[in-house]
Design a binder for this molecule. Structure first.
Ligand code: ATP
Ligand code: MG
Length: 580
Protein backbone atom coordinates (compact mmCIF):
# COMPACT_ATOMS: atom_id res chain seq x y z
CA UNK A 1 0.00 0.00 0.00
CA UNK A 2 1.45 3.36 -0.93
CA UNK A 3 -0.37 5.11 1.92
CA UNK A 4 1.63 6.40 4.82
CA UNK A 5 0.64 5.76 8.39
CA UNK A 6 -0.86 8.85 9.98
CA UNK A 7 1.06 9.05 13.23
CA UNK A 8 -0.93 11.71 15.03
CA UNK A 9 -4.37 11.42 13.51
CA UNK A 10 -6.01 14.17 15.51
CA UNK A 11 -4.76 17.13 17.49
CA UNK A 12 -6.70 16.68 20.67
CA UNK A 13 -7.66 19.61 22.79
CA UNK A 14 -9.11 17.32 25.43
CA UNK A 15 -8.00 14.38 27.44
CA UNK A 16 -8.55 11.25 25.42
CA UNK A 17 -10.60 8.40 26.83
CA UNK A 18 -8.01 5.83 25.81
CA UNK A 19 -4.39 6.93 25.90
CA UNK A 20 -2.81 3.55 25.33
CA UNK A 21 -4.37 0.63 23.49
CA UNK A 22 -2.21 -2.21 24.78
CA UNK A 23 -2.53 -1.21 28.44
CA UNK A 24 -6.24 -0.60 28.09
CA UNK A 25 -6.65 -4.09 26.61
CA UNK A 26 -4.77 -5.63 29.50
CA UNK A 27 -6.50 -3.70 32.23
CA UNK A 28 -10.07 -3.39 31.01
CA UNK A 29 -12.85 -5.56 32.40
CA UNK A 30 -16.54 -5.30 31.56
CA UNK A 31 -17.18 -5.79 35.27
CA UNK A 32 -15.56 -2.40 35.98
CA UNK A 33 -18.38 -0.61 34.12
CA UNK A 34 -20.84 -1.70 36.79
CA UNK A 35 -19.59 1.24 38.82
CA UNK A 36 -21.14 3.57 36.25
CA UNK A 37 -24.07 1.55 34.91
CA UNK A 38 -25.38 0.45 38.26
CA UNK A 39 -28.91 -0.50 37.26
CA UNK A 40 -32.24 0.69 38.61
CA UNK A 41 -32.07 1.46 42.35
CA UNK A 42 -33.89 -1.39 44.05
CA UNK A 43 -33.21 -3.88 41.25
CA UNK A 44 -33.39 -4.49 37.53
CA UNK A 45 -31.45 -3.15 34.56
CA UNK A 46 -33.03 -1.13 31.79
CA UNK A 47 -31.25 0.48 28.85
CA UNK A 48 -33.53 3.53 28.90
CA UNK A 49 -32.87 4.11 32.58
CA UNK A 50 -29.11 4.10 31.94
CA UNK A 51 -29.41 6.42 28.91
CA UNK A 52 -31.75 9.08 30.29
CA UNK A 53 -33.21 8.68 33.76
CA UNK A 54 -29.86 8.00 35.42
CA UNK A 55 -28.57 11.43 34.39
CA UNK A 56 -31.65 13.10 35.89
CA UNK A 57 -31.33 11.12 39.11
CA UNK A 58 -27.64 11.99 39.36
CA UNK A 59 -28.18 15.73 38.95
CA UNK A 60 -27.44 16.18 35.25
CA UNK A 61 -31.07 16.56 34.16
CA UNK A 62 -30.52 20.17 33.10
CA UNK A 63 -27.80 19.25 30.59
CA UNK A 64 -28.68 19.64 26.92
CA UNK A 65 -29.36 16.21 25.46
CA UNK A 66 -30.98 16.54 22.04
CA UNK A 67 -31.22 19.17 19.32
CA UNK A 68 -33.37 18.33 16.35
CA UNK A 69 -33.69 20.24 13.11
CA UNK A 70 -36.67 19.59 10.81
CA UNK A 71 -36.68 19.57 7.03
CA UNK A 72 -38.51 22.88 7.12
CA UNK A 73 -35.89 24.54 9.34
CA UNK A 74 -37.91 24.18 12.55
CA UNK A 75 -35.93 23.11 15.59
CA UNK A 76 -36.45 21.58 19.02
CA UNK A 77 -34.07 21.22 21.93
CA UNK A 78 -34.44 18.94 24.95
CA UNK A 79 -32.58 18.61 28.21
CA UNK A 80 -32.35 15.19 29.85
CA UNK A 81 -35.20 16.27 32.15
CA UNK A 82 -37.35 17.22 29.14
CA UNK A 83 -36.60 13.90 27.51
CA UNK A 84 -37.46 11.98 30.62
CA UNK A 85 -40.89 13.62 30.78
CA UNK A 86 -41.65 13.08 27.08
CA UNK A 87 -40.51 9.49 27.26
CA UNK A 88 -42.64 8.90 30.34
CA UNK A 89 -45.72 10.24 28.57
CA UNK A 90 -45.18 7.97 25.59
CA UNK A 91 -44.47 5.03 27.90
CA UNK A 92 -47.78 5.68 29.64
CA UNK A 93 -49.57 5.70 26.28
CA UNK A 94 -47.96 2.41 25.25
CA UNK A 95 -48.88 0.84 28.59
CA UNK A 96 -52.46 2.00 28.21
CA UNK A 97 -52.53 0.11 24.91
CA UNK A 98 -51.68 -3.05 26.78
CA UNK A 99 -47.99 -3.12 25.82
CA UNK A 100 -46.19 -5.40 28.26
CA UNK A 101 -42.73 -6.75 28.81
CA UNK A 102 -41.53 -8.65 25.75
CA UNK A 103 -44.15 -7.28 23.31
CA UNK A 104 -42.77 -5.91 20.07
CA UNK A 105 -43.47 -2.26 19.20
CA UNK A 106 -42.34 -1.04 15.79
CA UNK A 107 -41.51 2.54 14.83
CA UNK A 108 -41.94 3.46 11.18
CA UNK A 109 -41.11 7.16 10.99
CA UNK A 110 -38.84 9.74 9.43
CA UNK A 111 -36.13 11.11 11.70
CA UNK A 112 -38.58 13.05 13.90
CA UNK A 113 -38.11 13.50 17.67
CA UNK A 114 -40.93 11.02 18.38
CA UNK A 115 -38.83 8.26 16.83
CA UNK A 116 -35.97 8.85 19.26
CA UNK A 117 -38.20 9.38 22.28
CA UNK A 118 -40.50 6.52 21.29
CA UNK A 119 -37.77 3.92 20.90
CA UNK A 120 -36.57 4.77 24.41
CA UNK A 121 -40.14 4.77 25.77
CA UNK A 122 -40.59 1.27 24.34
CA UNK A 123 -37.56 0.07 26.28
CA UNK A 124 -38.79 1.80 29.40
CA UNK A 125 -42.02 -0.25 29.17
CA UNK A 126 -39.95 -3.41 28.99
CA UNK A 127 -41.12 -4.01 25.40
CA UNK A 128 -38.88 -4.79 22.44
CA UNK A 129 -38.32 -1.87 20.06
CA UNK A 130 -38.24 -2.43 16.31
CA UNK A 131 -37.12 0.49 14.14
CA UNK A 132 -38.10 0.54 10.46
CA UNK A 133 -36.43 2.78 7.93
CA UNK A 134 -38.96 5.29 6.60
CA UNK A 135 -38.15 4.62 2.94
CA UNK A 136 -39.27 0.99 3.23
CA UNK A 137 -42.05 -0.07 0.89
CA UNK A 138 -45.06 -2.16 2.04
CA UNK A 139 -43.37 -5.53 1.48
CA UNK A 140 -40.31 -4.61 3.53
CA UNK A 141 -42.62 -3.45 6.32
CA UNK A 142 -44.67 -6.64 6.11
CA UNK A 143 -41.65 -8.96 6.21
CA UNK A 144 -40.34 -7.41 9.39
CA UNK A 145 -43.54 -6.65 11.29
CA UNK A 146 -44.89 -10.10 10.47
CA UNK A 147 -41.69 -11.92 11.38
CA UNK A 148 -41.50 -10.08 14.70
CA UNK A 149 -45.23 -10.47 15.44
CA UNK A 150 -45.43 -6.80 16.42
CA UNK A 151 -48.42 -5.72 18.53
CA UNK A 152 -48.21 -1.97 17.89
CA UNK A 153 -46.80 0.10 15.08
CA UNK A 154 -46.24 3.84 15.38
CA UNK A 155 -46.17 5.69 12.09
CA UNK A 156 -47.19 8.95 10.39
CA UNK A 157 -50.00 10.07 8.07
CA UNK A 158 -47.54 9.99 5.17
CA UNK A 159 -46.40 6.41 5.81
CA UNK A 160 -49.48 4.65 7.20
CA UNK A 161 -50.76 3.81 3.70
CA UNK A 162 -47.85 1.38 3.31
CA UNK A 163 -48.97 -0.44 6.43
CA UNK A 164 -52.56 -0.67 5.15
CA UNK A 165 -51.37 -2.22 1.90
CA UNK A 166 -50.23 -5.28 3.84
CA UNK A 167 -52.39 -5.12 6.95
CA UNK A 168 -54.26 -8.36 6.20
CA UNK A 169 -50.97 -10.19 6.53
CA UNK A 170 -50.28 -8.77 9.98
CA UNK A 171 -52.76 -10.64 12.22
CA UNK A 172 -50.85 -9.90 15.43
CA UNK A 173 -50.92 -6.14 14.92
CA UNK A 174 -53.49 -4.66 17.32
CA UNK A 175 -53.01 -0.91 17.17
CA UNK A 176 -51.72 1.68 14.75
CA UNK A 177 -50.56 4.84 16.44
CA UNK A 178 -50.23 7.94 14.28
CA UNK A 179 -47.90 10.76 15.16
CA UNK A 180 -48.51 14.02 13.38
CA UNK A 181 -47.14 16.76 15.53
CA UNK A 182 -46.37 18.76 12.42
CA UNK A 183 -50.12 18.63 11.71
CA UNK A 184 -49.43 18.22 8.03
CA UNK A 185 -51.51 15.17 7.30
CA UNK A 186 -55.05 16.32 8.01
CA UNK A 187 -55.32 12.68 8.90
CA UNK A 188 -58.76 11.10 9.29
CA UNK A 189 -58.48 8.48 11.97
CA UNK A 190 -59.83 5.00 11.31
CA UNK A 191 -61.03 2.51 13.94
CA UNK A 192 -58.00 0.82 15.51
CA UNK A 193 -55.87 3.94 15.10
CA UNK A 194 -55.00 6.41 17.80
CA UNK A 195 -53.30 9.78 17.73
CA UNK A 196 -50.05 9.87 19.68
CA UNK A 197 -50.35 13.61 20.26
CA UNK A 198 -53.89 13.34 21.71
CA UNK A 199 -52.95 10.41 23.90
CA UNK A 200 -49.73 12.04 25.10
CA UNK A 201 -51.55 15.27 25.97
CA UNK A 202 -53.59 13.37 28.54
CA UNK A 203 -50.76 11.20 29.83
CA UNK A 204 -48.78 11.67 33.03
CA UNK A 205 -45.12 12.62 32.76
CA UNK A 206 -44.30 10.14 35.49
CA UNK A 207 -43.66 6.49 34.77
CA UNK A 208 -41.94 3.80 36.77
CA UNK A 209 -39.36 2.12 34.58
CA UNK A 210 -40.12 -1.57 34.11
CA UNK A 211 -37.54 -3.60 36.01
CA UNK A 212 -36.21 -5.66 33.14
CA UNK A 213 -33.31 -8.01 33.68
CA UNK A 214 -29.98 -7.48 31.88
CA UNK A 215 -30.79 -10.45 29.63
CA UNK A 216 -34.30 -9.34 28.56
CA UNK A 217 -34.68 -8.39 24.91
CA UNK A 218 -34.46 -4.65 24.23
CA UNK A 219 -34.24 -3.96 20.52
CA UNK A 220 -34.31 -5.97 17.33
CA UNK A 221 -32.66 -4.78 14.15
CA UNK A 222 -32.95 -6.33 10.74
CA UNK A 223 -29.57 -6.47 9.01
CA UNK A 224 -28.87 -4.36 5.92
CA UNK A 225 -29.64 -7.09 3.39
CA UNK A 226 -26.30 -6.67 1.60
CA UNK A 227 -25.67 -10.39 1.25
CA UNK A 228 -29.21 -11.77 1.32
CA UNK A 229 -32.52 -11.65 3.14
CA UNK A 230 -32.29 -9.38 6.19
CA UNK A 231 -32.12 -11.21 9.52
CA UNK A 232 -33.68 -9.95 12.76
CA UNK A 233 -30.81 -9.65 15.24
CA UNK A 234 -32.23 -9.42 18.76
CA UNK A 235 -30.33 -7.57 21.50
CA UNK A 236 -30.69 -7.32 25.28
CA UNK A 237 -30.64 -4.47 27.81
CA UNK A 238 -27.18 -5.40 28.94
CA UNK A 239 -25.86 -4.26 25.55
CA UNK A 240 -25.64 -0.86 27.29
CA UNK A 241 -22.19 -1.91 28.53
CA UNK A 242 -20.96 -2.33 24.97
CA UNK A 243 -22.47 0.94 23.75
CA UNK A 244 -21.20 2.96 26.68
CA UNK A 245 -17.66 1.62 26.56
CA UNK A 246 -17.12 1.83 22.80
CA UNK A 247 -18.76 5.25 22.46
CA UNK A 248 -16.17 6.49 24.97
CA UNK A 249 -13.04 4.88 23.71
CA UNK A 250 -13.71 4.59 19.96
CA UNK A 251 -15.68 7.80 19.38
CA UNK A 252 -14.43 9.88 22.35
CA UNK A 253 -17.97 10.67 23.49
CA UNK A 254 -18.36 12.38 26.82
CA UNK A 255 -20.74 14.55 28.80
CA UNK A 256 -21.92 17.54 26.80
CA UNK A 257 -20.02 16.68 23.59
CA UNK A 258 -21.84 18.06 20.54
CA UNK A 259 -22.28 14.96 18.46
CA UNK A 260 -23.74 14.11 15.06
CA UNK A 261 -24.29 10.54 13.87
CA UNK A 262 -25.52 10.63 10.29
CA UNK A 263 -27.10 7.14 10.37
CA UNK A 264 -30.87 6.65 10.50
CA UNK A 265 -32.18 4.67 13.52
CA UNK A 266 -33.60 2.20 10.99
CA UNK A 267 -30.09 0.73 11.00
CA UNK A 268 -28.08 -0.39 13.97
CA UNK A 269 -25.57 2.47 13.78
CA UNK A 270 -28.45 4.91 14.18
CA UNK A 271 -29.47 3.36 17.51
CA UNK A 272 -26.24 2.00 19.03
CA UNK A 273 -24.43 5.26 18.24
CA UNK A 274 -27.31 7.58 17.30
CA UNK A 275 -29.12 7.00 20.61
CA UNK A 276 -27.65 4.62 23.19
CA UNK A 277 -23.87 5.22 23.07
CA UNK A 278 -24.05 9.03 23.16
CA UNK A 279 -26.80 9.31 25.76
CA UNK A 280 -25.22 6.71 28.02
CA UNK A 281 -22.25 9.08 28.04
CA UNK A 282 -24.36 12.20 28.59
CA UNK A 283 -23.54 13.70 25.18
CA UNK A 284 -25.59 16.28 23.27
CA UNK A 285 -27.04 14.58 20.18
CA UNK A 286 -27.80 16.57 17.02
CA UNK A 287 -30.19 15.20 14.41
CA UNK A 288 -31.27 16.56 11.06
CA UNK A 289 -34.41 15.21 9.48
CA UNK A 290 -33.15 16.11 6.00
CA UNK A 291 -31.25 13.62 3.85
CA UNK A 292 -27.80 13.89 2.28
CA UNK A 293 -26.69 17.05 0.56
CA UNK A 294 -23.02 17.99 0.65
CA UNK A 295 -23.57 21.69 1.25
CA UNK A 296 -26.28 21.14 3.84
CA UNK A 297 -24.04 18.72 5.72
CA UNK A 298 -21.14 21.17 5.80
CA UNK A 299 -23.51 23.89 6.99
CA UNK A 300 -24.90 21.64 9.72
CA UNK A 301 -21.45 20.96 11.15
CA UNK A 302 -20.48 24.63 11.08
CA UNK A 303 -23.78 25.95 12.44
CA UNK A 304 -23.93 23.56 15.39
CA UNK A 305 -20.19 23.52 16.05
CA UNK A 306 -20.30 19.72 15.91
CA UNK A 307 -17.42 18.18 17.88
CA UNK A 308 -17.78 14.50 17.09
CA UNK A 309 -19.01 13.29 13.73
CA UNK A 310 -19.77 9.64 12.90
CA UNK A 311 -20.61 8.83 9.31
CA UNK A 312 -20.18 6.25 6.53
CA UNK A 313 -17.92 5.63 3.53
CA UNK A 314 -20.69 6.22 0.98
CA UNK A 315 -21.37 9.64 2.44
CA UNK A 316 -17.66 10.48 2.42
CA UNK A 317 -17.38 9.37 -1.21
CA UNK A 318 -20.36 11.60 -2.04
CA UNK A 319 -18.64 14.51 -0.32
CA UNK A 320 -15.55 13.77 -2.39
CA UNK A 321 -17.70 13.77 -5.52
CA UNK A 322 -19.01 17.21 -4.49
CA UNK A 323 -15.53 18.62 -5.04
CA UNK A 324 -12.94 20.51 -3.04
CA UNK A 325 -14.16 24.08 -3.49
CA UNK A 326 -17.38 23.68 -1.51
CA UNK A 327 -15.79 22.65 1.81
CA UNK A 328 -13.40 25.61 1.60
CA UNK A 329 -16.36 27.87 2.42
CA UNK A 330 -16.94 26.17 5.77
CA UNK A 331 -15.21 25.85 9.09
CA UNK A 332 -14.74 22.40 10.57
CA UNK A 333 -12.34 23.32 13.33
CA UNK A 334 -14.96 22.47 15.97
CA UNK A 335 -14.71 18.77 15.04
CA UNK A 336 -12.23 16.92 17.22
CA UNK A 337 -13.12 13.42 16.16
CA UNK A 338 -14.50 11.98 12.91
CA UNK A 339 -15.43 8.32 12.51
CA UNK A 340 -16.71 6.03 9.76
CA UNK A 341 -18.42 2.66 9.65
CA UNK A 342 -20.58 0.35 7.57
CA UNK A 343 -18.43 -0.46 4.59
CA UNK A 344 -14.78 -0.57 3.78
CA UNK A 345 -13.34 2.94 3.94
CA UNK A 346 -11.08 3.42 0.95
CA UNK A 347 -7.66 4.78 1.96
CA UNK A 348 -8.12 7.52 -0.60
CA UNK A 349 -11.10 8.77 1.43
CA UNK A 350 -8.97 9.02 4.58
CA UNK A 351 -6.29 10.98 2.80
CA UNK A 352 -8.90 13.22 1.15
CA UNK A 353 -10.53 13.97 4.50
CA UNK A 354 -7.22 14.95 6.01
CA UNK A 355 -6.21 17.14 3.09
CA UNK A 356 -9.53 18.78 2.25
CA UNK A 357 -11.47 18.90 5.53
CA UNK A 358 -8.55 18.77 7.93
CA UNK A 359 -10.14 15.67 9.50
CA UNK A 360 -8.95 12.10 9.69
CA UNK A 361 -11.86 9.68 9.35
CA UNK A 362 -11.30 6.91 11.87
CA UNK A 363 -12.62 3.68 10.41
CA UNK A 364 -14.16 1.08 12.66
CA UNK A 365 -15.78 -2.27 12.09
CA UNK A 366 -18.79 -3.99 13.56
CA UNK A 367 -22.12 -5.52 12.54
CA UNK A 368 -25.79 -5.52 13.45
CA UNK A 369 -25.06 -8.79 15.23
CA UNK A 370 -22.18 -7.46 17.35
CA UNK A 371 -24.26 -4.53 18.65
CA UNK A 372 -21.17 -2.39 19.20
CA UNK A 373 -17.83 -1.55 17.60
CA UNK A 374 -15.35 -4.43 17.71
CA UNK A 375 -12.37 -3.19 15.72
CA UNK A 376 -11.42 0.45 15.75
CA UNK A 377 -8.97 3.22 15.00
CA UNK A 378 -8.55 5.41 18.06
CA UNK A 379 -8.19 9.17 18.35
CA UNK A 380 -4.60 9.49 19.43
CA UNK A 381 -3.13 6.42 17.84
CA UNK A 382 -1.56 5.88 14.46
CA UNK A 383 -4.06 5.35 11.67
CA UNK A 384 -3.09 3.20 8.72
CA UNK A 385 -5.37 4.34 5.89
CA UNK A 386 -7.29 1.31 4.59
CA UNK A 387 -7.17 -0.59 7.90
CA UNK A 388 -10.18 -0.91 10.20
CA UNK A 389 -7.90 -0.58 13.22
CA UNK A 390 -7.40 -2.91 16.17
CA UNK A 391 -9.72 -4.91 18.44
CA UNK A 392 -11.34 -2.97 21.27
CA UNK A 393 -10.38 -3.60 24.89
CA UNK A 394 -12.89 -6.23 26.04
CA UNK A 395 -13.09 -8.23 22.80
CA UNK A 396 -10.88 -10.81 21.20
CA UNK A 397 -10.98 -10.41 17.42
CA UNK A 398 -8.90 -12.78 15.32
CA UNK A 399 -8.25 -13.73 11.75
CA UNK A 400 -8.33 -17.53 11.58
CA UNK A 401 -7.57 -20.38 9.18
CA UNK A 402 -10.09 -23.13 8.33
CA UNK A 403 -9.22 -24.92 11.61
CA UNK A 404 -10.07 -21.85 13.67
CA UNK A 405 -6.37 -21.20 14.44
CA UNK A 406 -5.02 -17.63 14.25
CA UNK A 407 -3.39 -16.90 10.89
CA UNK A 408 0.16 -15.57 10.82
CA UNK A 409 0.49 -11.83 10.15
CA UNK A 410 -0.43 -10.90 6.60
CA UNK A 411 -2.32 -14.12 5.86
CA UNK A 412 -5.95 -13.88 4.90
CA UNK A 413 -8.62 -15.71 6.87
CA UNK A 414 -12.04 -15.48 8.52
CA UNK A 415 -12.66 -12.56 10.85
CA UNK A 416 -13.98 -14.05 14.09
CA UNK A 417 -14.75 -12.88 17.63
CA UNK A 418 -14.64 -14.65 20.97
CA UNK A 419 -18.30 -14.79 22.10
CA UNK A 420 -19.33 -13.20 25.37
CA UNK A 421 -19.14 -9.42 24.99
CA UNK A 422 -22.28 -7.80 26.45
CA UNK A 423 -23.83 -6.35 23.30
CA UNK A 424 -23.63 -9.57 21.31
CA UNK A 425 -26.96 -10.47 19.67
CA UNK A 426 -28.77 -13.24 21.47
CA UNK A 427 -30.60 -14.72 18.50
CA UNK A 428 -31.81 -14.21 14.97
CA UNK A 429 -35.54 -13.81 15.48
CA UNK A 430 -37.28 -17.12 14.73
CA UNK A 431 -34.12 -18.48 13.10
CA UNK A 432 -32.29 -20.24 15.94
CA UNK A 433 -30.52 -22.64 13.60
CA UNK A 434 -29.03 -19.85 11.58
CA UNK A 435 -27.92 -18.24 14.84
CA UNK A 436 -26.23 -21.43 16.02
CA UNK A 437 -24.51 -21.89 12.69
CA UNK A 438 -22.56 -18.66 13.24
CA UNK A 439 -20.68 -20.16 16.21
CA UNK A 440 -17.96 -22.69 15.50
CA UNK A 441 -14.68 -23.82 17.06
CA UNK A 442 -15.18 -21.44 19.98
CA UNK A 443 -15.59 -18.38 17.73
CA UNK A 444 -18.39 -16.25 16.36
CA UNK A 445 -17.92 -16.12 12.58
CA UNK A 446 -18.62 -12.65 11.20
CA UNK A 447 -18.83 -13.77 7.56
CA UNK A 448 -16.10 -11.29 6.61
CA UNK A 449 -12.59 -12.04 5.38
CA UNK A 450 -9.61 -10.07 6.61
CA UNK A 451 -5.94 -10.13 7.47
CA UNK A 452 -4.01 -8.84 10.45
CA UNK A 453 -0.62 -7.16 10.20
CA UNK A 454 2.35 -7.45 12.54
CA UNK A 455 1.11 -4.46 14.59
CA UNK A 456 -2.30 -6.06 15.13
CA UNK A 457 -4.14 -3.84 12.64
CA UNK A 458 -6.93 -5.61 10.77
CA UNK A 459 -7.45 -5.12 7.03
CA UNK A 460 -10.80 -5.92 5.44
CA UNK A 461 -10.72 -8.13 2.35
CA UNK A 462 -14.37 -8.73 1.55
CA UNK A 463 -17.46 -10.67 2.44
CA UNK A 464 -17.11 -14.43 2.37
CA UNK A 465 -19.25 -14.63 -0.73
CA UNK A 466 -17.57 -11.72 -2.50
CA UNK A 467 -13.97 -12.89 -2.48
CA UNK A 468 -12.90 -13.66 -6.05
CA UNK A 469 -10.93 -16.73 -7.06
CA UNK A 470 -9.13 -16.03 -10.30
CA UNK A 471 -6.77 -18.70 -11.60
CA UNK A 472 -6.08 -19.83 -8.06
CA UNK A 473 -5.46 -16.33 -6.67
CA UNK A 474 -7.82 -14.87 -4.13
CA UNK A 475 -8.73 -11.25 -4.77
CA UNK A 476 -10.71 -9.06 -2.38
CA UNK A 477 -13.10 -6.71 -4.16
CA UNK A 478 -12.23 -3.92 -1.74
CA UNK A 479 -8.59 -3.62 -2.83
CA UNK A 480 -9.58 -3.39 -6.48
CA UNK A 481 -12.30 -0.84 -5.72
CA UNK A 482 -9.91 1.22 -3.64
CA UNK A 483 -7.31 1.20 -6.40
CA UNK A 484 -9.94 2.31 -8.91
CA UNK A 485 -11.14 5.23 -6.85
CA UNK A 486 -7.62 6.58 -6.65
CA UNK A 487 -8.08 7.43 -10.32
CA UNK A 488 -9.32 11.02 -10.75
CA UNK A 489 -12.20 9.98 -13.05
CA UNK A 490 -13.74 7.41 -10.69
CA UNK A 491 -16.45 8.29 -8.18
CA UNK A 492 -17.37 4.76 -7.10
CA UNK A 493 -16.58 1.19 -8.02
CA UNK A 494 -18.15 -2.21 -7.32
CA UNK A 495 -16.12 -5.30 -8.14
CA UNK A 496 -17.32 -8.90 -8.62
CA UNK A 497 -15.95 -12.25 -9.76
CA UNK A 498 -17.44 -13.24 -13.09
CA UNK A 499 -17.38 -16.98 -13.88
CA UNK A 500 -14.84 -17.83 -16.52
CA UNK A 501 -14.15 -21.22 -18.12
CA UNK A 502 -10.38 -20.83 -17.96
CA UNK A 503 -9.69 -18.86 -14.82
CA UNK A 504 -12.66 -19.93 -12.72
CA UNK A 505 -13.46 -16.25 -12.23
CA UNK A 506 -12.26 -12.98 -13.68
CA UNK A 507 -12.38 -9.61 -11.98
CA UNK A 508 -15.13 -7.40 -13.34
CA UNK A 509 -15.54 -3.79 -12.22
CA UNK A 510 -18.61 -1.59 -12.41
CA UNK A 511 -17.58 2.02 -12.30
CA UNK A 512 -19.44 5.30 -11.94
CA UNK A 513 -17.57 8.37 -13.11
CA UNK A 514 -17.20 11.83 -11.67
CA UNK A 515 -18.81 14.72 -13.52
CA UNK A 516 -16.95 15.76 -16.65
CA UNK A 517 -15.50 12.33 -17.54
CA UNK A 518 -16.74 10.42 -20.58
CA UNK A 519 -17.23 6.62 -20.47
CA UNK A 520 -14.94 5.67 -23.34
CA UNK A 521 -13.10 2.49 -24.33
CA UNK A 522 -9.85 4.37 -23.86
CA UNK A 523 -10.77 5.17 -20.29
CA UNK A 524 -11.53 1.48 -19.65
CA UNK A 525 -8.05 0.55 -20.83
CA UNK A 526 -6.54 3.34 -18.77
CA UNK A 527 -8.35 2.18 -15.63
CA UNK A 528 -7.37 -1.46 -16.11
CA UNK A 529 -3.78 -0.36 -16.52
CA UNK A 530 -4.00 1.93 -13.53
CA UNK A 531 -5.08 -0.97 -11.29
CA UNK A 532 -2.54 -3.36 -12.80
CA UNK A 533 0.26 -0.98 -11.81
CA UNK A 534 -0.99 -0.71 -8.23
CA UNK A 535 -1.94 -4.32 -7.55
CA UNK A 536 -0.73 -7.72 -8.65
CA UNK A 537 -1.24 -8.45 -12.34
CA UNK A 538 -4.00 -11.00 -11.69
CA UNK A 539 -6.10 -8.51 -9.73
CA UNK A 540 -6.75 -5.96 -12.45
CA UNK A 541 -10.29 -5.88 -13.89
CA UNK A 542 -10.39 -7.67 -17.21
CA UNK A 543 -13.84 -6.27 -17.75
CA UNK A 544 -15.07 -2.80 -16.89
CA UNK A 545 -18.60 -1.53 -17.28
CA UNK A 546 -19.67 2.06 -16.69
CA UNK A 547 -22.86 2.69 -14.73
CA UNK A 548 -24.49 5.98 -13.73
CA UNK A 549 -24.66 4.78 -10.14
CA UNK A 550 -24.11 1.54 -8.24
CA UNK A 551 -26.95 -0.40 -6.58
CA UNK A 552 -26.84 0.22 -2.82
CA UNK A 553 -28.73 -0.72 0.27
CA UNK A 554 -30.61 2.09 1.92
CA UNK A 555 -27.92 2.08 4.58
CA UNK A 556 -25.50 3.00 1.79
CA UNK A 557 -23.64 -0.23 1.03
CA UNK A 558 -22.70 -1.35 -2.45
CA UNK A 559 -24.75 -4.49 -3.25
CA UNK A 560 -22.23 -6.60 -5.09
CA UNK A 561 -24.58 -9.59 -5.06
CA UNK A 562 -27.02 -7.58 -7.21
CA UNK A 563 -24.30 -6.59 -9.67
CA UNK A 564 -23.40 -10.26 -9.90
CA UNK A 565 -26.99 -11.50 -10.25
CA UNK A 566 -27.63 -8.99 -13.02
CA UNK A 567 -24.40 -9.94 -14.75
CA UNK A 568 -25.37 -13.61 -14.68
CA UNK A 569 -29.05 -13.06 -15.43
CA UNK A 570 -30.04 -14.66 -12.12
CA UNK A 571 -32.96 -13.74 -9.83
CA UNK A 572 -32.18 -10.66 -7.75
CA UNK A 573 -33.23 -12.14 -4.39
CA UNK A 574 -34.38 -9.91 -1.56
CA UNK A 575 -34.29 -6.30 -2.73
CA UNK A 576 -36.31 -4.83 0.14
CA UNK A 577 -33.39 -2.70 1.28
CA UNK A 578 -32.35 -1.58 -2.20
CA UNK A 579 -32.07 2.17 -2.64
CA UNK A 580 -34.32 3.51 -5.39
P1 ATP B 1 -26.65 -8.62 5.68
O1 ATP B 1 -26.08 -9.27 6.90
O2 ATP B 1 -28.13 -8.57 5.69
O3 ATP B 1 -26.09 -9.11 4.41
P2 ATP B 1 -24.93 -6.39 6.30
O4 ATP B 1 -23.95 -7.42 6.71
O5 ATP B 1 -24.46 -5.34 5.35
O6 ATP B 1 -26.23 -7.05 5.70
P3 ATP B 1 -24.81 -4.84 8.68
O7 ATP B 1 -24.86 -5.60 9.92
O8 ATP B 1 -25.45 -3.49 8.61
O9 ATP B 1 -25.51 -5.68 7.57
O10 ATP B 1 -23.32 -4.62 8.22
C1 ATP B 1 -22.21 -5.27 8.78
C2 ATP B 1 -21.21 -5.55 7.69
O11 ATP B 1 -20.79 -4.32 7.07
C3 ATP B 1 -19.94 -6.18 8.16
O12 ATP B 1 -20.07 -7.59 8.32
C4 ATP B 1 -18.96 -5.80 7.07
O13 ATP B 1 -19.05 -6.66 5.96
C5 ATP B 1 -19.44 -4.42 6.67
N1 ATP B 1 -18.65 -3.41 7.41
C6 ATP B 1 -19.02 -2.69 8.48
N2 ATP B 1 -18.04 -1.85 8.86
C7 ATP B 1 -17.02 -2.05 8.02
C8 ATP B 1 -15.72 -1.49 7.88
N3 ATP B 1 -15.28 -0.54 8.69
N4 ATP B 1 -14.93 -1.96 6.89
C9 ATP B 1 -15.36 -2.94 6.07
N5 ATP B 1 -16.57 -3.49 6.14
C10 ATP B 1 -17.41 -3.05 7.09
MG1 MG C 1 -24.18 -9.19 7.71
Amino acid sequence: MPYETIRKPQKLSFETQMPDWATARQQFTWESLKEVLRGIPGGGFNLEYECIERHCEEGRGGDLAFTWEGKDGSARTYTFDDMRKEINRIANVLSSLGVKKGDRVFWFLDRVPELYLGLLATLKCGAVAGPLFSAFGPEAVRDRVQDAGAKVIVTSPALVGRVYEVIRELPKLETIVITDRAGTGGHRYLPGEISLECAVAGASDRFDVVRTSPEDFSIMHYTSGTTGKPKGAAHVHMAAFGHYHTARICLELRRGARYWCTADPGWVTGTSYGIFGPWLNGAHVFVTEAGFDAERWYQFIQKHRIQIWYTAPTAIRMLMKGGEDLPKKYDFTSVYFAGSVGEPLNPEAVVWGQRVLGLVFHDNWWQTETGCIQVSNYATQAVKPGSMGRPIPGTEAEVVDPDGKPCPAGVEGDLVLKPGWPSMFRTYWRRPDLYKSRFKKGWYYSGDRAKKDADGYIWFIGRDDDVINTAGHLVGPFEVESALIEHPAVAEAGVIGKPDPERMEVVKAFVSLKKGFAPTEDLKRELADFVRKRLAAHAYPREIEFLDGLPKTRSGKIMRRLLKAKELGLPLGDTSTLEE
